[in-house]
Each structure stands twice: as C-alpha cells, then as structure tokens.
Design a binder for this molecule. Structure first.
Ligand code: ADP
Length: 544
C-alpha cells in the first residue's frame, strides 16, 4: 500500500472502476481497456447478434434482442411476422436502458406499441429483449445467478470460472407475466438493489436460505431432486466461453490502442460478473456481463429507524473473498519462484507489491480495510467446492496441485483447457486481426479509407466486377451508418463492427449459397493466405 503516493512500479495494480492510467509500464492491471464499453447492454447485444448470425444454434443462450430507437421498426415488423406465423405466441418483452444498472429504468411490455419513447430515461438508447417467461423457481421465487469469471489474458485467451457464485432471489412469488403483474418488480426483477427494499427480503447468516444464497446451495437442492447438475455446469462453462469469444474482437482493438504491441506496458486481467438466468428446463441464459461487479462483503442493516450499520454478509464473504484471493494467486509474480522453493503463498503474495486504487486514478484512495481482510483470508480456509456437489463434473472441474496450506483454487481454468471445442467459433477475432493490421498508426480504433483500400488491395479482393470505386462506396455507406448509431464519436473512420459488416458483405458476395460462417471462413483463409505471402515477400526483400 502506498497511502502517500507510489514511487516504484508495482506488480499488481487494482483499480476500482476502469483502466485509466498512462503511467503504468509494467506489472499487471486488474482492468482491460474498453471493457466497460464492450459489455454495455447495446454493445453486448450487437456482439451477440453477430455471433448469432454466424452460429445461430451455438449462441441461442442469449435472448433475441433489438436496439432502440434505431431498430424499433425492425422490432415491430419481426414481432408481427412471428405472431402471424404462430398466433398462440403471447410474448413479453423487457426494455433495458443502455448503460443502466441495478434494474434502473427497466420495464416489461406485452406489445411493441407499449414502448415508451418520451421522458428522460425513455429517450435513452435501450435494448428490448424477449422476456424469459418460464424461469426455474426455487421456493416459488425467481432467482438469477451471479458467476465470477476471471479473464486472465486476452492473448493468449485464458479464462477461469469461480466454482461458486451467488443466487439472488426475488421477494414476491413468481407468476408468468400478465398485464396485471407486469409492473411488479419484486416478482420479475432479481436485482439485489431493488429487492433489498422489499419487506419480504431475508438477510440470512446461512448460505442455503434467505434472499441471497450461494449457487452451490441451489445446485445441491437441484441435485437432490435428480437434476443433471453435471450437464448444467458444462452448459454454463460453454456459455461463458462463447460470450468471451464474442467480446474478444472489440477488446483486442481497445487493447492495441491503449497498450501498443512492442512498447512497454502492463498486462491486464479482469474479474467479470456474469448474470445468468436458469430456465425451467435448466437451460442457462445470459442476461448481462458486468465489468465492475460489486465485491462488497458487507450489507447495510437498519439498527433503529434511520440508523444503519455495515454488517458482514457471510454469503458474499464465502464467494467473493475466494475470487479475489485466487485472482491474486494466479497473477502472483512470485508464484513460479514459490513453486520451486515450496515457499508459502502467504509470504510470496506479501512479498509482491500490490497497489489498491478503489476509484479511478483521478480519485484514487486506498483501502487498508480490504487489504487486512485479504491477508486474513489468504490463510488456509474452507473453499466452497462444486466437487462436493453430488454429480458435479470431475472432468470439467478437476483440482490442481496447490501450494501446501492453501485451500484449493476456487477459480478453475476453462480456456485454453477446452479450446479445442470452441476455437472454430473465433472467426470474428480473425476478422479483427485483419482490421488491426490495417489500422496503421497505433493508438487508433477506427480504419480510414486508405487503410480499407490497402486491405482490399493486399488481399486481392477487387476485380473487374468489384472496382476500387465500388470499394470506396462500400466503405462510405457502411461507415456513415455505423457512425450515426455508434457511441464513440472521438475518432472518424470505420469502427470494428462496420468492418465486420463489410467483411461479411464481401464474403457473401464472393461465396454464394453456403452458410454465412462458411463464407466468412473462406474469405478469411483467402485474406490470411495473401497476407502471409506478402509478409514472406517483404521479409525476403528485407534480407535482400
Ligand atoms: P441491470 O443491469 O439493470 O441489472 P439486467 O439486464 O441485469 O439489468 O436486468 C435486470 C433484471 O431483470 C435481471 O436481474 C433479471 O432478473 C431480469 N431480466 C433481465 N433480462 C431478462 C430476460 N430477458 N428475461 C427475464 N428476466 C430478465
């Protein structure tokens, strides 16, 4: 800790909100540049839509979504077509303002005409999504799961999932949505921040009861009722990996812009909060990804009217302390050394230098309390383990050898462990690699017209039926449209999503009558092949 400012570089920098520090040239930072923007409701929906276009079956864990206001006509038209083709379909939709959190501004509707487009919250861009009407209920209540995921590295991709998470309960018995109950937030929204205000909210010292429980306690119950918990875990792992695969292209563009390759800079890692809803048939559905999940292990208690005190929350402690402890253990720069010397992890982490910033750089202050707690929990303790759940998957969640005296890791590596099963989905990442290559000047996130032309030329994509003039028109059309809806107006030029759209367009034009993912793959292989030949030629010229 550096209460009076930091002079020497640190091993680990712990920022409170986002990646914002141009003065870090080494070590590790707990935030990725651009993560906040990448997981906003609209950006996430767009990234998921791209993946759903390519791999509809693999990405059916994300509810069908439309972006407002730009896709309102599309939303209205698609719902009409679906209703006409299936008159028994009586959908409900949930409208969520972009950038909102804690249930802020969210409402349910039965018909597209009920969308509210006036008023300060309503005029904000939003996502409208199919509402999952048949969630799994426990004690007649709807609940969701908050799972902690560590994105340990982007290149190479390394993902860990915490073996336990939180289940957050509604406080009114669930009924399928009707016009009468649509507005009942305590019945439909699982947000802790909302339900805490219900008189039915139950704070419990046990992890198995109350309005916030551990996910493992739910799994135990499901397992005792004969549910296939092993399959559920494997579905959740696959949901997490696929979601991160959808986010990585955008993250890589931000990364190269803030931390250019070849220049001194830190590496990044980040703890993400995945909000997942289980359907009645146990299928996990992704609701959202949180870049800055709350790591509070206390809750407020009203001692007497108007007098509040922070008291420890055992459920939060059980889950969150393990996540932070393991994140530090995995990133511990002394780890390798310790393995060699069989030193204790407590001393090794103590020997590393960690800088805690509870807020962004601008308002940095430090938290001795958190640090003390952390030291306390670095001692051996109990780790809630899914391996203890009857029927949990050993194959997916096997234990790793640990340094003596520490609980086994609660964060389990799932990528690259299961890379083989998922690598075929990483097409957009390869498109992003092309995009980054032609960005030219480091530090930018948008491609200029010259960069786009060079891409077309180097990959030999223009010909007599696709002239360079047509290339320019394609660039202008797509770029203009994306810039009119985009949130990032700092730079002009073509953003990654616009480039991806142009790439898909070129692929469809060139390879007809095969599924989109095959068209994109063929074009990628063609481009990569031409660029590899070009690189080889340049190398030879360089040597010559
Ligand atoms: P926020 O960031 O404001 O919490 P969320 O997307 O997490 O927004 O939505 C808030 C709550 O609404 C969720 O915790 C969940 O209970 C409910 N919810 C969100 N999307 C859906 C959906 N598609 N179907 C059913 N319930 C949903």
């Amino acid at each position: 800790q550096f209460p009076f400012g930091r002079r020497l570089p640190c091993d680990i920098y712990w920022h409170g909100v986002s990646f914002h520090d141009n003065n870090i040239f080494s070590g590790q930072v707990n935030k990725f540049p651009g993560m906040m923007e990448t997981v906003r409701k609209i950006t996430l929906s767009r990234a998921m839509r791209t993946m759903q276009d390519l791999f509809p079956l693999e990405y059916n864990f994300y509810p069908r979504s439309w972006i407002l206001p730009e896709e309102l006509p599309l939303f209205v038209a698609e719902v009409r077509v679906m209703k006409d083709s299936d008159p028994s379909w009586k959908p409900t939709f949930i409208v969520k303002p972009d950038g909102g959190c804690q249930g802020d501004g969210i409402y349910l509707i039965k018909d597209p005409s009920d969308i509210r487009l006036t008023g300060s919250i309503q005029s904000r861009p939003a996502v409208v999504q199919e509402y999952i009407c048949k969630p799994l209920l426990v004690d007649k209540l709807k609940f969701d799961i908050r799972l902690y995921v560590l994105l340990k590295s982007l290149e190479p991709l390394e993902i860990y999932i915490a073996k336990d998470g939180l289940s957050r309960f509604c406080t009114e018995p669930y009924q399928e949505p009707t016009l009468k109950n649509l507005h009942q937030v305590f019945m439909h929204l699982t947000n802790y921040s909302l339900n805490i205000h219900s008189e039915n909210f139950v704070h419990s010292d046990s992890v198995n009861t109350g309005s916030k429980r551990t996910f493992s306690s739910i799994l135990c119950r499901l397992s005792s009722r004969g549910a296939d918990v092993k399959k559920l875990w494997s579905d959740i792992i696959s949901l997490v990996i696929k979601t991160i695969i959808a986010l990585t292209p955008e993250l890589k563009v931000y990364y190269q812009s803030d931390i250019p390759a070849g220049k001194p800079g830190p590496t990044c890692f980040q703890i993400l909060g995945f909000d997942i809803l289980l359907m009645k048939n146990l299928k996990p559905m992704l609701l959202e990804v949180n870049a800055n999940p709350s790591m509070r292990i206390e809750h407020e208690q009203e001692l007497s009217p108007g007098v509040f005190e922070n008291v420890p929350s055992p459920v939060d402690e059980e889950v969150k302390v393990a996540v932070i402890r393991d994140t530090l253990r995995l990133g511990d720069p002394q780890k390798k050394k310790r393995r060699d010397t069989q030193d204790s992890s407590l001393r090794a982490v103590g020997a590393s230098c960690i800088s805690w910033g509870m807020k962004d750089k601008q308002h940095k202050h430090h938290s001795p309390k958190l640090s003390l707690k952390l030291k306390f929990y670095l001692k051996p303790g109990s780790c809630p383990s899914l391996e203890q759940v009857p029927g949990s998957s050993e194959a997916l969640l096997d234990a790793e050898p640990e340094a003596a005296g520490l609980p086994s890791l609660c964060l389990k590596q799932v990528f690259p462990k299961y890379a083989k099963q998922f690598n075929y989905l990483r097409l957009v990442e390869r498109v992003a690699a092309l995009f980054i290559r032609f960005l030219g000047v480091k530090g930018t996130t948008k491609l200029g017209p010259t960069g786009f032309r060079t891409f077309i030329r180097n990959c030999k994509l223009s010909n007599s039926s696709f002239s360079m003039a047509a290339v320019d028109i394609l660039y202008i059309d797509i770029t203009r449209r994306w810039n009119s809806v985009g949130i990032d107006h700092r730079e002009s030029g073509m953003c990654l999503q616009a480039f991806v759209e142009a790439f898909f367009c070129l692929a469809q034009r060139k390879y007809k009558s095969v599924p989109l993912h095959k068209q994109v793959l063929s074009l990628l292989e063609l481009c990569e092949c031409h660029l590899a030949a070009l690189d080889e030629k340049r190398l030879l010229w360089g040597c010559g």
